[in-house]
Design a protein around this ligand. Structure first.
Ligand code: FCB
Length: 476
């Protein structure tokens, strides 16, 4: 049982919670949870029929990830999931966003599902049900089966159709164990980091391919919504988009236009078609001639705009945009971190950005309930000589951002949940294991899990929340 050590207990007392009169403003069905993704935690990369994904190939290519790190073992969650779920329960966490691995479930990217993967995910979801943990399942968190990349990847249209087939089969196999489904996680990263900057798998550097990928990811989402509804009529479905708070460096017309371009190529290209039914003028002006117009087929926009049940928002940072003619990239924008940039990623910590993003999505894009499907920070956490991880920075980050959620609710946003990134330290993509985002510290040499101070803080917050709800008869 992960009780705080005496020293942690003292520290915890000194760490304020969110005040009760703020916490009570959250809707009664508000979910306080945690988030992870398959490739980042599972390991077992070559076991029980799992096939290679673009992330296996990328991470095993020398020089592409920090220290050559890869997800072969990661947190070994594939073998340790029972203990991990027990730990979650001990920490009071009853809402868990996880992803299932396409390359485990359908290794070749088409055809029958791998029965061993179905057994694994059914056991995992049943394990959650037994423990009273509600799943929110993401179908695609970046692990495209390598055979589909070999056939062209997201820049080719058929990949969207393959995704819909995989989604239908997966929801068919697991749908009795989960009601809440997310089609894609952050298609911006898949398209632009994967095919434009090459910082993420598959590591290609082709602007036109990235734009085509963006549209096909949007299409994949829309096609999947339809098949999920057909398989599981009671399902609640949505997409998790990263929404960055982009601000111009100055109010010069050049900087304003630069910020608008960056917004179009990061936020709008994904939010517009899903929630507004079409790519906006800004997006078409920027990306149309570079390939977007050429890949949109009649009917696509109706497919993409299929009604969803919630809007998933991943939020990490505010970015400052400056016009830069010398920038060789197609956007002519230089991006700078907004101050203060204090996480170990160099990302800003500005809770008001989360309020701003929630208000913007509510006002400009959708009246759907909003779920914050990811938010969190990496710090240089370490196991101290007493065996504790005293991550005061993360506690203050979480307090600030959760309070910013309350502010958005006060201002009228319909926010129904917050899933902190992340439950465990894990494989942070190109950054490898050096970036720790977890509330639970993972000692990778031994696979020991050590709840950080932030996990104890979150547990206390959840229990305070429960005690607010009990008198009005809300269970969960
Ligand atoms: C998001 C990803 C997630 C994690 C966090 C830090 O962009 O969705 O997997 O890497 O960033």
């Amino acid at each position: 049982m992960p009780n705080p050590s005496p020293r942690q207990q003292t520290r915890l007392h000194a760490q304020p919670s969110i005040s009760a009169d703020r916490l009570v403003l959250l809707p009664s069905d508000f979910r306080l949870g945690v988030s992870t993704a398959a490739y980042q935690i599972e390991g077992a990369a070559r076991e029980e029929g799992r096939g290679p994904s673009i992330w296996d190939s990328f991470a095993h290519t020398p020089g592409l990830t920090a220290n050559g790190d890869h997800g072969d073992v990661a947190c070994d969650h594939y073998h340790r999931w029972r203990d991990d779920l027990d730990l979650m329960v001990d920490l009071g966490i009853r809402e868990y966003r996880l992803s299932v691995s396409w390359s485990r479930l359908q290794p070749s990217g088409q055809g029958e599902l791998n029965p061993e993967a179905v057994v694994f995910y059914r056991a995992l979801l049943e394990g959650m049900r037994e423990r009273g943990i509600r799943p929110l399942v993401t179908l695609y968190h970046w692990d495209l089966p390598q055979p589909l990349e070999d056939a062209g990847g997201w820049p080719v249209r058929v990949t969207a159709e393959r995704f819909a087939d995989y989604a239908a089969r997966t929801v068919g196999a697991l749908g009795d164990l989960a009601e809440d489904w997310i089609t894609l996680n952050e298609p911006w990263c898949s398209a632009f980091l994967g095919y434009h900057t090459g910082a993420h798998a598959p590591g290609r550097r082709d602007w036109g391919a990235a734009i085509a990928a963006a549209h096909h990811l949007n299409l994949a989402h829309g096609l999947a919504v339809a098949v999920i509804r057909a398989e599981l009529p009671g399902a609640r479905v949505g997409i998790a988009n990263i929404v960055t708070d982009i601000r111009p460096r100055t109010d010069s017309l050049d900087d304003l236009a630069a910020a608008e371009r960056l917004d179009a190529a990061s936020n709008r290209v994904f939010l517009d078609p899903v929630y507004l039914g079409d790519y906006s003028e800004q997006v078409r002006r920027l990306l149309g001639a570079d390939g977007l117009d050429a890949v949109i087929r009649p009917g696509d926009l109706d497919v993409i705009a299929a009604p969803t049940d919630f809007a998933g928002i991943n939020h990490y940072q505010r970015v400052i945009a400056r016009h830069d003619d010398d920038d060789a990239g197609p956007l002519r924008v230089r991006e700078e971190p907004a101050e203060p940039a204090t996480t170990s990623f160099g990302w800003s910590v500005i809770p008001a950005s989360l309020t701003a993003v929630l208000m913007r999505v509510s006002r400009e894009f959708t009246s759907l309930p909003l779920l914050i499907t990811e938010n969190g920070a990496s710090y240089h956490d370490y196991l101290d000589p007493d065996g504790d991880v005293v991550d005061l920075d993360r506690v203050s980050y979480l307090r600030g951002y959760l309070d910013a959620v309350v502010t958005a609710v006060e201002q009228g946003a319909d926010v129904r949940g917050y899933y902190a990134w992340s439950f465990l330290d894990n494989f942070e993509w190109a950054e490898g294991y050096g970036k720790r985002f977890g509330m639970v510290f993972v000692d990778y040499a031994t696979q020991r899990r050590i709840p950080k101070l932030s996990a104890h803080w979150y547990r206390r917050l959840i229990s305070e929340r429960m005690s607010q709800l009990e008198p009005i008869g809300v269970k969960r």
